[in-house]
Design a protein around this ligand. Structure first.
Ligand SMILES: [Zn+2]
Length: 138
């Protein structure tokens, strides 16, 4: 999760909404990504989406059953759907997203085998987001 938070800080520095993600397989980081919706002009370029693609490339396989995702913010419904298709083993997220998080609309969106663990570095993740939006409003 520390590495995911580092990715979120890179996003912050680049003026992107600071969300970072890493995917781990057998205790090795196989993908790192941060939100790049501004840079890529792509509303689908969330950290999780980029990390899923990168991890699948690394694995040479589309399913990520043996992998764990660490992401600083609760995934949105789009990312939840993509995570369903990836059949990812575990999702660890930091801050809750009470507006756009998948748990608000459809917790059953994930694959039945996917475990969800909430709250790791949640405060730090949330703090970074709050700081970002405070800066935007100035
Ligand atoms: Zn998303």
């Amino acid at each position: 999760m520390n590495e995911a938070l580092k990715q979120a800080k890179i996003a912050f520095e680049e003026g992107e909404i600071p969300v970072g993600a890493v995917i781990v397989s057998k205790n090795r980081i196989i993908a790192k990504a941060y939100n790049q919706t501004e840079k890529l002009n792509d509303v689908t370029a969330h950290a999780e989406m980029l990390a899923i693609t990168s991890a699948a490339n690394y694995m040479g396989a589309k399913y990520l059953n043996d992998c764990r995702l660490y992401v600083t913010l609760e995934p949105c419904v789009m990312c939840g759907g993509a995570l369903f298709w990836s059949q990812i083993g575990e999702i660890h997220y930091g801050a809750s997203d009470l507006k756009r998080g998948f748990l608000q609309s459809n917790p059953a969106i994930l694959h039945p085998k996917t475990k969800v663990i909430a709250g790791s570095l949640g405060l730090e993740s949330e703090q970074l987001l709050l700081e970002f939006f405070k800066k935007l409003r100035k």
